[in-house]
Design a protein around this ligand. Sequence first.
Ligand code: DX5
Ligand code: ZN
Length: 214
Amino acid sequence: MSVLICPSLMCADQLDLKNEINSLIKAGADLMHIDVMDGVFVPNIQLGAGLMQAIKNGTGAPLDIHLMIEAPHGKLGYFPIGEGDIVSVHYESTPHPARVADGIRAKGAKALLALNPGTPLSVFEDISDCFDGLLIMTVNPGYSGQKLIPKTIDKIRRARLLYPDIIIEADGNVSFTTAKEMVKAGANALVCGTSSVFSKEFDYKTSIERLKKL
Ligand code: DX5
Ligand code: ZN
C-alpha cells in the first residue's frame, strides 16, 4: 500500500476551507486530517464537529480525525464518523482506550491509538488487537509548526518491527526531509502540515507527489 497522505486542515486557509479541500483531493490527498482540540487535553482549541459535518456534506472527503479531547469515551456521537474514516484516540485521554476503539469500529471507521512522544510503545501491547494501528506523535500535540522530536523516529521503527501489518501514522513536523526518515522507519501514513503540503514551497500536487514517491 502506498503512503497515505493526510493534509492537516488546521494548517489550511481557514477562510477558504472548501476550496482548499477540493484542491487537496484533486492533488491526490487521501484523507483530511482534522485536529479536534478541546483546550483541556491540549492547550489549544481547534476544529469542531460542525466543521466535520460540513466537510462530509460539502466535499465527501474521508476524514482522518485526531481526537485531542479529554474523556472521548461517550463523545463519539458528536462526530460524523463513518465508513472510510480513520479516528485516533489518545491513550493518555481515557482509562478505556479499547472501549473507544470498539465505538469507532462500530461506526465502520478504523481506530488508531495515538501516543504522545513521552508515552511508551508498550502501552499498546495488550490492546493492539482492538486497533487498526497507531498515530505516533512526533511533536507534543497542540500546535502546528513545531520541531520534530528526533527519538520518535526510533519509536516508529520499533512499532513497525513489533506490528508489521498495522497502519502507522506519523503526526508532527512531517517535512520532505523528515518524511523520508519516517517512511524508512515504517510509517505508512503521514499527517502533512506547515513543513510540507502547506509550506508554500511547492503547489499541493507537487508536494503530494513528492511525498507519495517516498
Ligand atoms: C499537532 C497536530 C498536527 C499538526 C501538524 O497537535 O496533531 O496534526 O497540525 O502540523 P505541523 O505539520 O506543522 O507540525
Ligand atoms: Zn494531528
